[in-house]
Design a protein around this ligand. Structure first.
Ligand code: SF4
Ligand code: SF4
Length: 441
């Protein structure tokens, strides 16, 4: 507990910063906004002053603290492992308390808390979206038909709702394993799927592909129908009331089935990192809940990681005759590599069937950055996206892949501004394609 609490001691962190500046080189915001105040050591310095009551949380400091992408590049670079991202997440709570949360974000978080209403909104969206959106099914993205000169929507690529959500498309239990065992020492050969909101409503082919892979592996699937949002969008915005609600609802629910599955697999880097790492951070001052989150954490694993480490998938992929003539370039989502150390697993599962042409810096943040970055601070997201799109376009790849739908939304938008032909696919979709999944989009 004490070491966890130290992670939130802004003054101690500020004192531990030796001002070496090593964190600045790869800082996503500093690289586009060359200003010391929007650099990791600048944030740390200002946060220390704020906690010592030497700095007011006025509109300027609010603006500064909201410009961090929470990409964690700085943590990796810092010789003292100072958790800049975590203290920024904490101060965003103070910002939300002092300035409130914009109405459209409150509406969005309300929907995240209320699955049934979200389902209804997604259905309405599906029915009416063709009126206002030009849909590109191959790219799994849409553009607003009326191109108004407003930065937030002008020439912007956005995800669109599918006809039916993933969670509403399949039964709760799907048996693929014909030789079930009662031996408690053997794996249960059953996994639960946490699909994530974007995978549930927009990129539904990810879940379909994951089920196809599990069928080939003869691993049973449990689709927990009462799963709620992992709470990442609210956490990064400082809406801790919503975080508290979603985290506790999910923990209570996961506990009802966790002993009946080998793992909860998540084909989404951000959701997975939120649940196995940030829930623990968030609950640092609620000891009972912290223990419960810590107990669940080791069983919440990114899908490629679990499939790579626990099944014969790699061998199966090597045995297929499938050789794609499409070249892939793989982007490392910040929440996969930097928070969960996952980068080789998806590549090893793709390599038997696809050629990979690495982009110059697969670790560079794509620029998604969360709800605020995608709305009020979209100009920053766009500026970072230009660099990522250039890196991708400089490869021979026709597909860019990453196990993260937030990266997908941001990268598809960034590529859409360059007239690039490169399309985005989650590695799970590509793996299912290698195994012969029909009609993989
Ligand atoms: S989390 Fe990313 S954007 Fe924020 S300070 Fe660290 S490197 Fe910079
Ligand atoms: S790398 Fe760490 S110690 Fe060095 S300036 Fe950045 S935050 Fe401070």
């Amino acid at each position: 507990m004490s070491s966890m609490n130290n992670k939130f001691n802004f003054t101690a962190i500020s004192d531990e910063c030796i001002k070496c500046g090593k964190c600045k080189t790869n800082c996503t915001i500093f690289n586009i906004n060359q200003d010391e105040t929007t650099s990791p050591r600048g944030f740390i310095d200002l946060l220390g002053a704020y906690k010592r009551d030497e700095l007011e949380l006025d509109k300027t400091t609010k603006d500064i603290f909201e410009s961090c992408f929470l990409c964690t590049n700085c943590v990796e670079a810092c010789p003292n492992d100072l958790p800049t991202d975590m203290i920024i997440e904490q101060v965003r709570y103070d910002i939300a308390k002092k300035y409130g949360i914009a109405w459209y974000k409150r509406l969005f978080f309300f929907l995240l808390r209320n699955r049934k209403i979200m389902d209804l909104m997604a259905k309405l969206g599906y029915v009416f979206q063709t009126c206002g959106l030009k849909i590109d099914h191959q790219k799994q993205s849409s553009k607003i038909r009326f191109n108004l000169p407003i930065e937030l929507i002008e020439n912007r690529s956005l995800p669109f709702a599918d006809r039916k959500s993933f969670l509403n498309s399949y039964p709760e239990n799907i048996i693929y394993n014909k030789q079930q065992t009662t031996n408690k020492d053997l794996p249960l050969n059953k996994v639960a799927i946490f699909i994530g909101c974007m995978g549930n409503y927009a990129y539904t082919n990810i879940g379909k592909s994951l089920l196809f892979i599990l069928e080939k592996l003869e691993v049973d699937a449990f689709i927990p129908k009462k799963q709620l949002c992992c709470s990442a969008p609210a956490y990064f915005t400082g809406d801790f009331d919503t975080v508290d609600y979603l985290v506790k609802q999910n923990i209570e629910y996961f506990e009802t089935f966790i002993d009946e599955v080998d793992a909860i697999i998540v084909p989404e880097a951000t959701c997975s990192a939120m649940m196995n790492t940030d829930w623990v951070h968030y609950l640092h001052n609620q000891p009972q809940w912290l223990k419960r989150a810590e107990k669940l954490a080791p069983k919440i694993i990114m899908a490629t990681k679990w499939l790579h480490d626990n099944t014969k998938l790699q061998a199966l992929l090597k045995d297929t005759n499938y050789k794609s003539d499409e070249i892939i370039t793989y982007h490392n989502p910040c929440h996969a590599k930097k928070m969960q150390g996952i980068e080789k697993e998806p590549r090893e599962l793709l390599k038997p069937n696809y050629a990979i042409d690495e982009m110059s810096d697969p670790d560079a943040c794509c620029g998604f950055g969360g709800v605020t970055m995608q709305s009020e601070k979209y100009h920053f997201a766009k500026a970072v996206g230009v660099k990522k799109a250039a890196m991708i376009n400089n490869t021979k790849a026709s597909i860019v892949s990453a196990e993260c739908s937030a990266c997908r939304m941001q990268i598809t938008d960034s590529l859409g501004r360059t007239d690039s032909k490169v399309i985005f696919k989650n590695p799970i979709e590509l793996i299912a394609q290698s195994l012969g999944m029909p009609n993989a989009k």
